[in-house]
Design a protein around this ligand. Sequence first.
Ligand code: ZN
Length: 299
Amino acid sequence: MDRVWIVLWLGLFFAVSPLIVADDTLVAGRSVFDENRYIEYIPGDLPLIISAPHGGRLKPASIPDRKKGVLLADGATDLLAMEIVTAFQQQMGKTPHVIICHLKRLKLDCNREIEEAAQGSGEAELAWREFHGFIEQARATVIKNNGAGLYIDLHGHGHPELRLELGYLLSKKQLQGSDQEVNRLENRSSMRELSEGRKISFAELLRGDLSFGALMQKRGFPSVPSPKFPHAGEAKYFNGGYNTRRYGSRDGGVISGFQLECPGKSVRNSKKNRQAFAKAFVAAVMEYMKSHQVLGQEE
Ligand SMILES: [Zn+2]
């Protein structure tokens, strides 16, 4: 009986390990796909991981439509992610790790637990596992090569305020607190690890002069939180979902992250806007990673 258990555990280990071990055969910038080509992984050579769970367009008849939850796609966030890859390669000669779900959200939601995500479809469940397996692989590579990293879950919102909404797992109400109050919430945030032990306070990291919101705002993309918009006020605001909880550092680990929600009109809805956004994003994220020691000083 004992031997049976050992064999079972070993089998399980070898079945799971390829998903969580850095894969040195991958080439930065060269896409790999799952067998059905539902999920695309562009391996990178920067300590930055970007996932785009809601921009997919494929509607295979073999996967039934989802019935419950949010079914509306985040239009053109697949193209936005690709534009970001191109901008990084042009401006930096480097590539972030990018994971894109090409299935329409009506078929699969890669920013939910598997039950709500796939709603019983085995084919959709398989794609969900591939999506998250690729993110785990990217994380293992980043940790192996750099020791720390940044994760961004890329989305699109339809709110009337044309602002980037940065979700750090703090609610709209929590962000309405004073800086002192916000500082006490560090360990509830997906930025916990990046914030701990730093010279600047947690509130400054979220909405001070070197916050991601500030760095995008100064490049022409209004952002919340930021020095100008320290919280969303009464407006609608997304504060981060399943992926941000799972891949940020709230529950531990050396990779911090946030959810980035982009408006349609000023960011996603034309190639020109996507290019302008991607250019600003590359400059902002590089400045951010340098300022907060995600990148080595020599970079
Ligand atoms: Zn979304």
